[in-house]
Each structure stands twice: as C-alpha cells, then as structure tokens.
Design a protein around this ligand. Structure first.
Ligand SMILES: Nc1ncnc2c1ncn2[C@@H]1O[C@H](COP(=O)(O)OP(=O)(O)OP(=O)(O)O)[C@@H](O)[C@H]1O
Length: 314
C-alpha cells in the first residue's frame, strides 16, 4: 500500500484528536502500514500542508490524505486538494460535529474508521460532488457538506470563536454551545429579504432567516437539514426558512434534528446546479461550518470532482 499522509488537528475537540491519533498510530505500526504525519499549527494550515504535498508530487501519482480532526480541518483539506485530481481524501473523525462522518458513512470508532479507509484504498475511490462558492471579489471556497447564509452562519461564527465551546468540549458537550447561541441570538437576529437565482430562475423570499445549500443531509452536528441531499447526484439542495415569528422559528429549528421542518409551509426547498444568493441586508456566510464572509455568494456544484476514501450513503 502507498504511504498514507495523515493531517492531524491536535486542537480538535480539545485534544481528543491526539488520543485518536495515538490509537491509530499504534495500529499502523502493528499492521506495518507506511505513513507520514503532520500536525496543524493554526487555522488554515491544513490547506497549506495539502497544497505543498500535492505540488511536490507528479499528477499521475495518487496521494492518500487522511485527516484526523473535525469537519473544519476536513474543510481545509478539501480546499487544499480541490484543484488537484490525484488526491484521495479520507477522515478519521475526531471533532465535535462530525457531519462528514454521518453523511459519508464513516465508522465512529477510530480503528474501525482506519480499517474502512484501508479497504477503500484498495478499490476505486468514491467520486463525490463538491460545491464551489464565489464571493463578490471572486474569492473561491469549496464545501463538501454544506454552506449557508443568515442565522446559521451567525451561530457558527459566534460558537466557533466562543470560549464556552472549548469549555463544554472538555465534557464532550461541545454541541450544546450551538443550542445556547440559538437561544441567545434568536431574539436579536434581523431577518432579510433574499433573492435567489437558481439555474436561471429568479425567486424572492420575504423575511428569510437563513438559506442553506447542501451536498449531503447533515449539518450542525447531526441535524437533518436536507434529507433528500445526495453527494453523488450532481445537484445542490437549497433550504430557505422565511417569514415566521421568532417563536415559530424556534419550533421549526427543533424539528430540523429529525428532518421534520420540511413539512412547514415557511420552509422552502429548491434543487439546482448553480445559484446566487443575495440578501437585502448582508448576511454572514459559512462553508462546512467555517465563517467565510458575507453574502452575496454564487454557488456551483462540481459533479464527481472529489475522490474520497468513503462510500456513498443511501
Ligand atoms: N493547531 C491549531 N490551533 C488552533 N486551531 C486550529 C489548529 N489546527 C486547526 N485549527 C482550526 O480549528 C478549527 C476547528 O477544527 P475542527 O473542526 O477540526 O475541530 P472541532 O473541535 O471538531 O471543531 P468543530 O466543532 O468546528 O468541528 C478549524 O477552523 C481549524 O482550521
């Protein structure tokens, strides 16, 4: 087997990732699987590591890259590899949200995940769709799970930079921080009218709370925001929540955990290959749970563009 390049975020879930890495490292040695390991040192480092790694290899050589951390580190790895065709990306989940694990069928247990990856490496990789986001300045960010503008991006931004998340992560309760900030921000959030142009069709939504664009069903640490989303169908699934009171928004938000929100008339769903999202007042935007700036954004799907060491989940 080719050497596996591990990229480990030692800070993910307050250092839980290092415990996972130690178990994985022991198993690699036991099974005599060749590997390299690099530890990220700061935000954005994983994308730089991947960029440098792929630059130093011939385009015909397949490079296996496995990240140990959360969806944020994986997001960076995907962005580092998005323009290369010779990277195969895998993940051993060790973060607090782990929506990639849910959406792409990766085992929870680190050693089971390693075995799963080793097996995938022997067959052809699964080619997943990825989403491309372009802002007004033309800067490009890719996403593998989902992107969103509005209330969910605001929660992402405040939760990710909060000390409370780090504190709660010590007790494996990091996800509670999102619920806390939802409760806190729901009273002050300002909705905005939103214009969406999807595959040439113009649509207008009054008083939108958020717009989420999904490549797979899960976001926010297990919420089923887009039950129909499929990572291999060449389509993006758009969810718009609009025109409801703060109280009703809260009730609808709870139902997202099991995908029940889609039954509400204030929740609209669209499907398409390319869209622009523009809000009357600027909305924060996130990609895979990482803050990326403000709307407007143009989003395009790239079908079967990312070789993954995963399987497609039905
Ligand atoms: N050494 C580091 N020090 C600080 N931050 C880092 C480091 N390496 C990576 N990061 C950043 O930490 C953030 C969170 O990483 P990651 O998602 O892997 O872990 P997490 O604890 O599960 O968080 P999340 O709940 O967002 O998934 C990412 O934005 C990543 O860029």
């Amino acid at each position: 087997m080719n050497s596996i390049h591990f990229i480990i975020n030692p800070q993910a879930k307050n250092g839980y990732s290092m415990k996972v890495w130690k178990k994985v490292q022991k198993q690699l040695t036991l099974e005599q699987i060749p590997f390299h390991a690099v530890f990220t040192e700061y935000r954005g480092h994983a994308a730089e590591i991947v960029g440098a790694l792929l630059n130093g290899t011939d385009a015909e050589d397949l490079v296996m890259i496995v990240t140990i951390g959360g969806d944020g580190t994986l997001h960076e790895v995907i962005n580092g590899a998005a323009n290369a065709r010779n990277a195969m990306i895998g993940m051993i989940p060790a973060g607090s949200g782990n929506d990639f694990r849910r959406g792409y069928g990766i085992p929870k247990n680190p050693l089971a995940a390693l075995q799963f990856i080793s097996e995938r490496a022997k067959t052809r990789p699964f080619l997943a769709d990825i989403g491309e986001i372009k802002n007004e300045q033309g800067d490009v960010t890719y996403f593998i799970n989902n992107m969103g503008v509005g209330f969910d991006a605001l929660i992402t931004k405040v939760a990710n930079s909060s000390r409370l998340k780090r504190f709660l992560n010590q007790f494996h309760l990091g996800n509670l921080v999102y619920a806390y900030f939802v409760m806190k921000k729901i009273f002050s959030f300002q909705c905005s009218d939103v214009n969406i142009v999807i595959d040439g069709k113009k649509l207008h939504y009054k008083k939108a709370w958020f717009v989420t664009v999904s490549n797979q069903p899960y976001y926010g640490g297990g919420m089923k925001i887009s039950p129909q989303a499929d990572v291999g169908d060449g389509l993006l699934n758009v969810t718009i929540v609009q025109n409801l009171s703060r109280l009703k928004f809260f009730l609808v938000f709870i139902t997202v955990f099991w995908g029940g929100h889609t039954k509400f008339k204030e929740v609209k769903e669209l499907v398409g290959k390319q869209l622009t999202v523009q809000s009357r007042s600027p909305f924060y935007a996130h990609a895979d749970g990482e803050y990326i700036g403000e709307s407007p954004m143009q989003i395009t799907v790239h079908h079967q563009a990312m070789p993954l060491l995963t399987k497609k989940v039905d």
